[in-house]
Structures are given as structure tokens and as C-alpha cells.
Design a protein around this ligand. Structure first.
Ligand SMILES: *[C@@H]1O[C@H](CO)[C@@H](O)[C@H](O)[C@H]1NC(C)=O
Ligand SMILES: *[C@@H]1O[C@H](CO)[C@@H](O)[C@H](O)[C@H]1NC(C)=O
Ligand SMILES: *[C@@H]1O[C@H](CO)[C@@H](O)[C@H](O)[C@H]1NC(C)=O
Ligand SMILES: *[C@@H]1O[C@H](CO)[C@@H](O)[C@H](O)[C@H]1NC(C)=O
Ligand SMILES: *[C@@H]1O[C@H](CO)[C@@H](O)[C@H](O)[C@H]1NC(C)=O
Ligand SMILES: *[C@@H]1O[C@H](CO)[C@@H](O)[C@H](O)[C@H]1NC(C)=O
Ligand SMILES: *[C@@H]1O[C@H](CO)[C@@H](O)[C@H](O)[C@H]1NC(C)=O
Ligand SMILES: *[C@@H]1O[C@H](CO)[C@@H](O)[C@H](O)[C@H]1NC(C)=O
Length: 631
């Protein structure tokens, strides 16, 4: 009798700790949008918010697709919109728990905000004073990655991208009303790759796909070579791991069950020899002890991540904070041979750049800031933390900084293939850039700039985009450099000074001449100039075509107007080019350099035009005449 009841007890204990494991929620991060209001002065809004949250919670247990949107408040000044989305594989009671937990937490973390969102593993909850229903939003979010590296990145990364494309397609076209899909594939004989994609189901397939593509395009920079990673936006998210993190067994699964011990019924057989009794006692005890430690571990993990930073990582994932970005001056001096002339690789607007090799063998580029107008250390560090968390494969990654007395250094990833102008404007090297490379560079620049403008939390205007600020990696992929200085170096945004900081003649939008006028559309202008340069292999600033001394923009416009746009194409590109792509890029370039900033497309539209052959594009207007020959 004793062994039998002990066995039952163990089973119950085991079951309890197991079910606890399933229902423990994993909080990821909040994003409060800095739209504070005074709840005392606007009690109607607070009341709406409370009503909204309780309505969301009370609806969480009976949604069909794990999604619900709601509004509260009749008075327009107190109107508030909210929604939640539960992970597509979860049962309604977990969804209910998650939404309830999220409602409490969002009030605590983002108190007095008009707009906020909290992300969990299991769900997201969001509210705003402006309607976000049926609207894709990938303008901010979080990246998380596993600290563990994969063993064969050369095999893993292609498999991952393949599977991600597959799963995002399935999610966007999911007919079940959920916009959710999981997919898995064998990576090696003992490892399997699991992927997940989900959109809020109020999106159209097109908007869902746009959001998911954006998320997937972030994976290489965020989670390259890692065993797990995710990109989480308000409207969609993707995730992959080398373990099953969802509760669905797909048709493609051929794995043994999650819990590999046999079912208890087998020990109920009559033949009770002593061996079976030993098994019946020992196995449940081992299992219970194991589950106890699992529960303890999970509990500790939960306690560890209690801090309420704006961007917070869960166990197994990491996000950089400013402190971890600090480098030691001695280390950098050693890496660059004490800033020796031999290590100098360039000179930019803010100081000289040196190549260095850290003691762990990593190559870095060190920028020695010469500006004296740096802000205080705390602000400097905060801004660095923000800029260093911009991860995109088309941006040069900021690794850290060193701030020591007069010495102010920024440490970047080292990009091996020099800058775009090195190849683009040199007749000897121009042929290296065939059309497919140039087209790839244009696409990469557009995505990088889109990320800066809209998808990062910071909404950065680059202000000095030009060929020499575009670096090329070993596969000639473009990486935009020198962004974020306006923040790091505390340039007053409202001053609009064109003096030292922003703008290079030939790339500057005409509104730069007027103070305080630059915006993302000025970057679009510079991007347009860059596109025309990439196509023609000619500098905008010193352009001379045989008969008359025109500038590149006017020349491109004339060819376009005369119906001979392809005449603009660099002769070194040869015949390998795709005529349609060339014309498409010239068209986009001309749209971007229109005089009226309002008429220029934004980068999201540019990326869309580049991605779809069918997108209808308006006819461009004549670009402004730039007087850069006088600089
Ligand atoms: C939030 O807004 C306040 C005032 O509107 C501003 O002073 C502060 O810098 C903002 N904080 C962030 C992180 O944007
Ligand atoms: C929402 O709140 C923000 C910040 O207070 C405000 O700028 C915006 O105009 C509000 N929108 C509406 C529709 O009230
Ligand atoms: C959702 O919640 C609201 C407010 O609690 C309630 O009136 C409504 O009936 C609920 N919707 C459903 C579908 O149950
Ligand atoms: C939910 O959103 C849809 C648009 O996607 C809207 O038509 C509907 O009224 C919203 N529901 C509530 C309860 O606000
Ligand atoms: C809406 O709210 C504002 C401010 O709380 C108040 O002045 C106004 O009278 C309200 N309007 C209605 C129709 O209740
Ligand atoms: C993973 O790889 C990166 C770069 O290759 C390396 O810096 C890091 O130390 C590796 N991490 C582990 C845990 O091996
Ligand atoms: C990719 O998706 C299709 C359905 O769209 C499916 O039939 C196929 O098995 C998937 N391939 C992989 C490798 O998962
Ligand atoms: C994956 O590997 C397992 C075990 O090695 C095997 O049984 C299964 O058939 C494989 N599945 C696919 C889709 O290759």
C-alpha cells in the first residue's frame, strides 16, 4: 500500500509542477510611448482605460482566434482603443491568464501613458488614444536572441531563412482566421529547427506579409548564428529555436513525445515483482525532484527579470545596455597601436577613424571624436545605448564607446570592403560593381534607411547620406555608416545648421538652405541622389557630360523626359543588366529628388516600389537645380 500511495502522491506532485510550468507566464518587455498625461486632470481618460482593460480581460476566455479589439469612452477626448493577441497555439485559459496579468502590468509599468504595449511570450496587450485597428505597425519592437551559437552556421542560416519564408507565407495566408503558423525542419540528425510567425488577424494578408518580411529581414542582424531569436513588433512577430516552444505537433513532426517516460498504467499490472516496485517508487521520485528543480529554476528566472527597464530581455536572450558597451582606453590603445598613422583608415565629419584588432582577435573601427560639443556623460551614455541597439544588416553596428578625460571614442564593427565611392567613381574599379550588385546595394540602402526612419525606436534622420558613408562588406552588401551623431553629439535639432554637421553638397535637399527644415524627406532626397550616382557611376557634385556642364540630376531628368533613361547607365555595367530594373531605379531616384519634399515618397514606399514590379508609381517632377559647383 505504501508504495502505491507514495506513487500517487508523486504523480500528483509531478502533475502539479508540470501544469505550473505550462501556465507560468513569461513577460518580455513593455514599451511606453512617452505620451504622458495627468490622470487627475483627465479622469475621464483613466476611467476609459480601466473600462477598456476589464473589457479586454473579460473577453479573453472566449475568443475564437486569440484576438480581440475593443474601444471605450464616448467623449472623443477620452476615447481609447485596445486589443490583445494570444499566441496562436495556446488554450483560452492561458490566454485569459496572460491578458489579466498584462492588464495589471501595463497599468503599473506605463502608468499615465496614453499609448502603451506589453509583450509576453504568450500574448501582447496594447492600447492607444488613436485607433490602430486593421493597421500594420512595425515601427518599434524588440529583438531577442539566444546567447548560444549554432554549430554549422553555413548550413543553419540558409535553412532558417528558407523556413522563415515558408512560415511567414503560411501565416499571412492563413485561412483559419488566426494569421498564425508554425513550421519545423531537421537541422542535423539530432537537432530540429522550430519556427513561428503570427500577425494580429485584423491585418490583410498583404499588411501581414509586409510586417513579417520586415521582421525576418531583421533576423540576420539580430540573431545571426544564434540558436534562437525573435523579432517582436506590435502587429506581428517571428521566432525560432532549436527546441519546441509551442504546443503544436505538426504533420511534419516525427519526434518522440516531449515527456519520454512510460504511462503510469503499466505499473498497475498484477505481477508485482520487486523490480517493478522499485521502478514505481524511484522513477516518480526522480521525476518529481527533476520537476521541482525545473520549477525552482523557472521561478528564479522570473524573479531575476523583475527590473522594469524599457527594453528587457528574458533568460536566454540578451539586449545590450549602456554599461556593457564601455571599452577600456588601454585596450583600444593597444588595439590601434596607440592610434598610429598606419592604422588610420579614414577621416569623417566627426573625427579620424582607425582600424584596430581587439585582444580577442575581433577587428573594429575606432572613431576618435574631435568635436568638443559633446553632452554630459550620462546623456552620452544613454544615447550610445540607444544607437547600439539599432541592429540591421544594412547599418554599421556600433559596438561600444570609451570616454576617458578628453578622449571620446566610438567603437564600430569593422567592414572590410571600404566605401561605395571607392568603387563607384573610379574607372578601374567600376566594373566590380555589376548591375546585380548595384541593384542589391540600392535595395539594402533603402531597407537600412527605412529602419532608421521608421522601424527603430528612435526615428533617426541620417542627414549626411552619401557614397562615402556607405560601407561594403565582404559580399558587397551595403552598410550605412555615420548615423546617430546628431543624438550622440547633442546637435540641436531645431537649429538646422548646415554648417559642419549635416549635409554634403551634391546630396543636400534644397530645403536644407532654410533653417530647421530637414526631415526624413531630406534623407529621401540624398537617397535619390545616391541611387542616380549608383546607376550612372558619376558624382553628383562634379558631373560633366560632354556638351554642357549640367548636374547629374538635370541630366537624368532630361534623359527621362526624352524617353532615353537607360542612357544614364554607367557604360562599365555592360549588357548584363536588367533593363526594367534600371528604369525602375531611375524612376525611384527621380521621385526621391523632387523639389517639393511632400511629393517625395517615404522610405516605406520606396522599399515597396523596389519589391514589387507591379506597384504603380507616379510620374516624377523636375528636380531642383543644385548650385554645388560653387562650393
Ligand atoms: C518624454 O517626453 C518628455 C516631455 O514630453 C521629454 O522631456 C523626454 O525627453 C521624453 N523622453 C524620451 C525618452 O523620449
Ligand atoms: C493622443 O495623445 C497624443 C499625446 O498626448 C496627442 O498628441 C494626440 O493628438 C492624441 N490623439 C488623439 C486622437 O487624441
Ligand atoms: C466583451 O466584454 C464586454 C464588456 O465586459 C461585454 O459587454 C461583451 O459582451 C464581451 N464580448 C463578448 C463577445 O463576450
Ligand atoms: C475592432 O476592429 C474593427 C476594425 O478592424 C472595427 O470595425 C470594430 O468596430 C472593432 N471592434 C470594437 C469592439 O471596437
Ligand atoms: C468631453 O470631455 C471634456 C473634457 O473632459 C468636457 O469638457 C466636455 O464637456 C465633454 N463632452 C461631452 C459631450 O461630454
Ligand atoms: C558566439 O560567436 C561569437 C562570434 O562568432 C563569439 O564572439 C561568442 O563568444 C560565441 N559565443 C559562445 C557562447 O560561444
Ligand atoms: C513549405 O510550405 C508548404 C506549404 O506552403 C509546405 O507544403 C512545405 O512542406 C513547406 N516546406 C517546408 C520545408 O517546411
Ligand atoms: C527528421 O529526423 C527524424 C529523426 O532523425 C526522422 O525520423 C524524420 O523523418 C526527419 N524528418 C524529415 C522531414 O526529414
Amino acid at each position: 500500500m505504501i508504495p502505491r500511495s507514495l506513487f500517487r502522491l508523486c504523480c500528483i506532485l509531478g502533475f502539479l509542477s508540470f501544469s505550473k510550468r505550462v501556465t507560468s507566464l513569461t513577460f518580455l518587455a513593455p514599451s511606453c510611448q512617452n505620451t504622458t498625461y495627468n490622470p487627475k486632470a483627465n479622469s475621464a481618460y483613466s476611467a476609459s482605460l480601466n473600462f477598456l482593460l476589464s473589457s479586454l480581460s473579460s473577453n479573453a476566455s472566449h475568443t475564437i482566434n486569440g484576438f480581440y479589439n475593443s474601444t471605450a469612452g464616448h467623449n472623443i477626448s477620452a476615447k481609447i482603443y485596445g486589443l490583445f493577441l494570444c499566441r496562436g497555439d495556446l488554450s483560452s485559459d492561458i490566454c485569459e491568464q496572460c491578458v489579466a496579468d498584462a492588464s495589471n502590468r501595463i497599468l503599473k509599468l506605463c502608468s499615465d501613458e496614453k499609448t502603451a504595449i506589453v509583450w509576453y511570450d504568450e500574448c501582447l496587450l496594447r492600447y492607444s488614444n488613436e485607433s490602430m485597428f486593421s493597421r500594420g505597425d512595425a515601427s518599434f519592437g524588440i529583438n531577442l536572441r539566444s546567447p548560444q551559437n549554432v554549430t554549422r552556421p553555413d548550413l543553419f542560416n540558409p535553412l532558417l531563412l528558407n523556413l522563415m519564408n515558408n512560415v511567414t507565407n503560411q501565416a499571412a495566408n492563413d485561412g483559419s482566421g488566426k494569421k498564425f503558423a508554425v513550421e519545423e525542419a531537421n537541422f542535423s540528425s539530432f537537432q530540429r529547427l522550430y519556427t513561428l510567425a503570427q500577425c494580429t488577424p485584423d491585418l490583410s494578408s498583404f499588411d501581414c506579409m509586409a510586417c513579417l518580411s520586415n521582421a525576418v529581414s531583421n533576423l540576420p542582424s539580430c540573431c545571426y548564428n544564434r540558436q534562437g531569436g525573435r523579432v517582436v513588433y506590435p502587429s506581428c512577430n517571428v521566432r525560432y529555436e532549436l527546441y519546441r516552444f509551442y504546443n503544436i505537433v505538426t504533420a511534419a513532426s516525427n519526434l518522440p513525445p516531449l515527456l519520454p517516460w512510460s504511462t503510469p498504467s503499466s505499473s498497475k499490472e498484477k505481477g508485482q515483482n520487486s523490480r517493478e516496485v522499485v521502478i514505481a517508487i524511484v522513477v516518480p521520485i526522480i521525476v518529481s525532484v527533476f520537476l521541482f528543480f525545473v520549477a525552482l529554476f523557472l521561478l528564479r528566472r522570473r524573479l531575476r527579470k523583475r527590473s522594469d527597464r524599457v527594453v528587457e530581455a528574458t533568460g536566454g536572450s540578451e539586449i545590450l545596455d549602456a554599461e556593457s558597451l564601455q571599452y577600456n582606453l588601454n585596450e583600444i590603445q593597444a588595439a590601434t597601436n596607440n592610434f598610429s598613422a598606419c592604422n588610420r583608415i579614414g577621416e569623417g565629419g566627426f573625427g579620424r577613424v582607425y582600424k584596430g584588432t581587439l585582444h580577442n582577435g575581433q577587428d573594429v573601427a575606432v572613431k576618435r571624436l574631435s568635436t568638443s560639443s559633446l553632452q554630459g556623460f550620462e546623456e552620452f551614455r544613454n544615447e550610445i545605448g540607444l544607437v547600439a541597439n539599432l541592429h540591421h544588416r544594412n547599418l554599421v553596428r556600433l559596438l561600444g564607446y570609451c570616454f576617458h578625460g578628453e578622449e571620446k571614442l566610438l567603437i564600430y564593427e569593422f567592414v572590410p570592403n571600404k566605401s561605395l565611392d571607392y568603387f563607384l567613381f573610379d574607372p578601374e574599379r567600376q566594373p566590380v560593381l555589376d548591375w546585380s550588385r548595384r541593384y542589391n546595394i540600392i535595395g539594402g540602402l533603402a531597407r537600412g534607411l527605412l529602419y532608421l526612419h521608421e522601424d527603430s525606436r528612435l526615428r533617426i534622420v541620417h542627414r549626411d547620406l552619401k557614397a562615402s558613408n556607405v560601407l561594403l562588406d565582404e559580399s558587397m552588401n551595403p552598410k550605412i555608416a555615420d548615423f546617430g551623431y546628431a543624438r550622440i553629439c547633442a546637435v540641436d535639432q531645431s537649429e538646422g545648421s548646415t554648417s559642419k554637421i549635416a549635409g554634403t553638397y551634391g546630396y543636400m535637399a534644397p530645403e536644407y538652405a532654410m533653417p530647421g527644415q530637414f526631415s526624413v524627406k531630406s534623407d529621401v532626397f540624398s537617397f535619390g541622389v545616391l541611387v542616380l550616382e549608383i546607376i550612372s557611376g558619376k558624382r553628383s557634385g562634379s558631373f560633366h557630360e560632354s556638351d554642357s556642364a549640367e548636374d547629374l540630376l538635370s541630366y537624368a531628368w532630361k534623359q527621362w523626359r526624352d524617353g532615353t533613361p537607360v542612357a544614364l547607365l554607367d557604360r562599365n555595367v555592360g549588357d548584363s543588366s536588367s533593363r526594367n530594373e534600371v528604369i525602375q531605379c531611375i524612376h525611384i531616384g527621380l521621385l526621391c529628388v523632387q523639389e517639393d519634399a511632400e511629393q517625395r515618397p517615404n522610405m516605406a514606399a520606396v522599399v515597396l516600389m523596389l519589391n514589387s514590379y507591379s506597384a504603380t508609381m507616379p510620374a516624377p517632377n523636375q528636380p531642383p537645380i543644385l548650385c554645388h559647383s560653387r562650393t
